[in-house]
Design a protein. Structure first.
Length: 172
């Protein structure tokens, strides 16, 4: 196994998350994941953040500086030198939480609904579920509760301009 891909079990990722979550929240973002891997004698701390407005490079740099300062005050990384990497989730991140679905309104997705695959465009998402324009029936708008849904996968669309999503972002 390459050194850069080994998990670093001597560092408690949940303790790191507890230290950095307030910093991420204060920046108006959600902490999506914390992952520590070994990279030779160093550790690589990967932090994934997201927000309703997205995460720009400037946002990532600003929160990275704040996280670095917070981590310097608490010894959660142990005695190992580390590199901090802050990023936003990629398009391949599964849609599992209501906030993931809400942030993907207007996007084409594929999801398993009670054992069968369904493709459609997300029209809306709220605390209780998701409304999709189902792909195989353009006139069928269907509502699904989160309990019915598996993890959604955003489908990459080439050639579709953001303005085609509509001014409200609801696809209409």
């Amino acid at each position: 196994m390459p050194a850069g891909s080994r998990h670093a079990p001597s560092v408690d990722e949940s303790r790191i998350a507890d230290v950095i979550r307030p910093v991420v929240t204060a920046a108006g973002m959600d902490l999506e994941s914390v992952r520590v891997t070994a990279a030779g004698r160093r550790r690589l701390l990967r932090v994934v953040v997201d927000s309703d407005r997205g995460v720009s490079l400037d946002d990532a740099a600003a929160v990275s500086r704040e996280l670095s300062a917070a981590l310097d005050t608490v010894a959660v990384m142990g005695d190992f030198p580390y590199t901090l990497e802050v990023s936003s989730p990629g398009v391949d991140r599964p849609l599992t939480d209501p906030r993931h679905w809400r942030r993907a309104v207007g996007r084409l997705v594929q999801v398993t609904v009670t054992g069968r695959p369904v493709s459609g465009r997300i029209v809306s998402a709220d605390a209780d579920g998701v409304t999709l324009d189902v792909a195989d029936d353009p006139n069928a708008r269907r509502r699904f509760g989160y309990a019915e849904l598996g993890a959604g996968a955003i489908q990459v669309e080439f050639g579709r301009l953001p303005s085609e999503l509509g001014a409200t972002g609801d696809g209409h």
